[in-house]
Design a protein around this ligand. Structure first.
Ligand SMILES: Cc1ncc(COP(=O)(O)O)c(C=O)c1O
Length: 464
């Protein structure tokens, strides 16, 4: 594949992009003199840019998405076959892949029952919020409408999901936000010294108790749901401390608060089990997912609920308002569930979750070994193939490394042909975590290649 690449001239495409495309999350001044990066082709865990340069992609399409890797012809075939048979009809009706994927998905989610289709993570989360709001109006006179979200978590780019956004730098300049979203403290053990009153022992239970304090302050009768990521992604790859989730579940039960788990990143195998929450024995009421559902082969997201939640929208058919009055036009696209079905088959048949656990452990071990050598690595944390390495300027004080230096590590890896990520415009002064989420097909050689590149980059940038 490298050969045909080098013969192609993409300069016209690059010019068109530079003239007319507004890229996501990027300052464009640099494109007046330099080129935007274009990704032209992908196979397995590798992608090729406009110059034919091969990269190992350690972040699954930049944003934790392409779980089964690039160039999967069987997914393309499944989508093609479905599109020529029936591409779209609005979601008041059913479709073959929509029905079959929902059935298959629910077999992976004991306790859950209903699948609502949409097409982005933000949108799936908004569906969850609207479900909570409608329940509040229907059952609690509008009172139980507040939605709790956590410091450092992210739930999407729309204004309602940003209202539930725990990343102040991401939210900056986009307010005012929607009312009725209330923040609870984060549960990041590595930075517990920055939280007033955090104990040395049993931090996880303490961190969950902080949620209860917010509930008591606001009044439990005003709170409808708690929305959390199982492992926080863009906020710094934060794994929950021991005892946290058990206590969170107890608190939700005690105050009759629905638990909405945002699986947009962790969902569909990323942590080595189907869903991140399944690592912690959680029983959610609402689960949202997007990125890995079809590995980016088609746009699809799902908002999944228990039958109990679903029942509240059909238990009174004499009330003309008693159903979920929501629509997502492209939630009716059949390409999404067709791709998702084949994506799930691949994960099962190729035992990709087993591979995720083995390769995740290897990557963790490699990064811990790098921490022995490079004092700049303050913490390594993660679950499965979802790992972060937090860089600090001083291990004792845990002062965050300057984000420009973190960016230099990412750039050095890119120059070596390895694409890694870093927390970006997320938490003020805390954009200092390197992020790794290679495709679940990664081999031992791929993992070693990625961490070798990080080793060299850290050596060059910090002289360690
Ligand atoms: C945890 C989490 N939730 C929701 C979203 C929003 O998903 P989307 O960009 O598909 O709207 C993201 C995106 O990165 C995410 O990381």
């Amino acid at each position: 594949m490298d050969g045909t690449f080098k013969d192609n001239d993409y300069s016209k495409v690059v010019d068109a992009d530079r003239a007319h495309v507004w890229h996501h999350l990027i300052q464009h001044k640099g494109f007046e003199t330099g080129e935007p990066k274009m990704i032209i082709e992908g196979k397995g865990i590798h992608v090729w840019d406009q110059h034919g340069k091969k990269h190992t992609d350690a972040v699954s399409g930049g944003v934790w998405t392409v779980n089964v890797g690039y160039g999967r012809e069987s997914i393309a075939d499944a989508v093609r076959d479905q599109l020529v048979k029936m591409n779209f009809f609005g979601g008041t009706t059913g479709s073959i892949p929509g029905a079959l994927f929902a059935e298959k998905l629910i077999t992976k989610m004991p306790g859950m029952s209903r699948v609502y289709y949409a097409n982005s993570g933000s949108e799936a989360n908004e569906k969850g919020f609207k479900i909570v709001r409608q329940i509040a109006h229907k059952r609690y006179g509008g009172n139980k409408h507040k939605i709790l979200y956590r410091d450092r978590d992210y739930h999407g780019s729309t204004l309602a999901t940003m209202s539930a956004g725990g990343q102040d730098e991401r939210n900056a300049q986009y307010g005012p936000f929607a009312p009725g979203f209330i923040r609870v403290p984060h549960c990041m053990e590595y930075r517990k010294h920055e939280q007033d009153g955090a104990p040395e022992e049993n931090y996880g239970v303490w961190a969950a108790d902080q949620i209860e304090e917010v509930i008591l302050r606001e009044g439990a009768d005003t709170i409808g749901a708690l929305c959390l990521e199982p492992v926080t992604a863009g906020g710094g790859v934060i794994t929950p401390p021991e005892g946290y989730w058990e206590r969170v579940q107890e608190i939700c039960k005690k105050y009759d608060i629905l638990l909405h788990i945002d699986e947009v990143v962790c969902g569909v195998g990323r942590t080595g089990v189907w869903f991140g929450y399944q690592n912690y024995g959680i029983k959610p009421d609402i689960v949202t997912m997007a990125k890995g559902v079809a590995s980016g082969y088609a746009a699809i997201s799902c908002c999944v609920t228990t039958e109990e939640v679903f029942d509240m929208f059909k238990d009174d058919s004499s009330d003309p308002m008693n159903y979920f009055r929501d629509i997502s036009t492209f939630g009716g696209c059949t390409a999404g569930p067709a791709a998702a079905l084949e994506n799930m088959r691949i994960i099962e048949d190729e035992n990709l979750m087993g591979n995720t656990l083995t390769m995740g452990e290897r990557m963790m071990n490699n990064l811990h070994a790098l921490a022995e050598k490079h004092a700049v690595i303050g913490d390594v944390r993660g679950k499965g193939l979802f790992i972060g390495a937090e860089l600090v300027s001083d291990r004792a004080s845990k002062d965050a490394m300057d984000e420009k230096m973190v960016g230099a590590v990412v750039a050095d890896c890119m120059a070596q042909g390895v694409i890694i990520g870093a927390t970006n415009r997320s938490i003020p002064g805390r954009n200092n975590t390197l992020c790794f989420s290679p495709a679940l097909i990664a081999t031992a050689d791929d993992i070693d290649h990625i961490t070798d590149a990080v080793d060299q980059a850290l050596g060059r940038v910090f002289g360690s």
